[in-house]
Design a binder for this molecule. Structure first.
Ligand code: SAM
Length: 217
């Protein structure tokens, strides 16, 4: 349940120094890992984009607490070098509060790695990719920003591709474009869920979508 989540009234009410300390000064969050779980992706991306603030959003209290403790420990361990100051986690329901946290066009990358499949038809409305939510993601993403998805559930992959394809503000990247992006290689094995799928010899389906410019009115 999420009724106890405190969330900012508007992005201006958000004090990111709680997450990033001094490192938040003059920077804004640009990457969001939605349903980050145990945070493996953030820890992989952190040294690849050391100047970029990244946030994991996770609804489970214990899991987000764990990720926070892990990040604090990493920062402490690398204090001299100042590594891992650019990653943090928020306990939040990403299906509800995205525009409270992020301004229009603020994000350059959003990640949906191995999201919960909600198999049954009646539960599809709980999926993290739906037409309504895709519009919200388009709002917080800048032009040319990217949505990265990966799943081991073929039906969920088809569902995410369908809804992103059908949205006028998104265009799918070609296989060549995906190969040229070093972030794509990180989708498969960085997270706990991706590692679990590998252990079980499961297949993985990635897809990446680009945020198109708004059409002229
Ligand atoms: N991305 C991680 C990985 O690859 O290991 C976690 C995958 S796990 C199957 C899905 C995660 O999404 C869970 O940790 C769950 O608590 C989180 N989640 C589900 N719905 C959410 C929501 N509305 N807002 C934030 N997190 C959510």
């Amino acid at each position: 349940s999420d009724h106890d989540i405190e969330y900012p009234l508007t992005p201006d009410h958000m004090d990111w120094s709680k997450q990033y300390g001094d490192y938040a000064a003059g920077r804004q969050v640009e990457f969001a890992d939605i349903g980050c779980g145990y945070g493996g992706l953030l820890m992989r991306l952190s040294p690849m984009f050391p100047e970029t603030l990244m946030i994991g959003m996770e609804i489970r209290v214990k899991v987000s607490d764990y990720v926070n403790e892990k990040i604090q420990a990493l920062r402490k361990h690398h204090e001299g070098a100042g590594h891992y100051r650019n990653i943090a986690v928020l306990r939040s329901n990403a299906m509800k509060y995205m525009p409270n946290y992020f301004r229009k066009g603020q994000l350059s990358k959003m990640f949906f790695l191995f999201p919960d499949p909600h198999f049954k038809n009646k539960k599809h409305k709980w999926r993290i990719i739906t037409p309504t939510l895709v519009s919200e993601y388009a709002y917080v993403l800048r032009e040319q920003g990217l949505i990265y998805t990966i799943t081991d559930v073929k039906d969920l992959h088809d569902w995410m591709v369908k809804h992103l394809n059908e949205h006028p503000l998104f265009e799918r990247l070609s296989d060549d474009e995906m190969k040229a992006d070093p972030v794509v290689a990180m989708l498969y094995e960085s997270t706990e869920e991706g590692q679990k799928v590998t252990r079980n010899d499961g297949e993985k389906w990635p897809a990446v979508f680009r945020r198109l410019p708004n059409p002229p009115l």
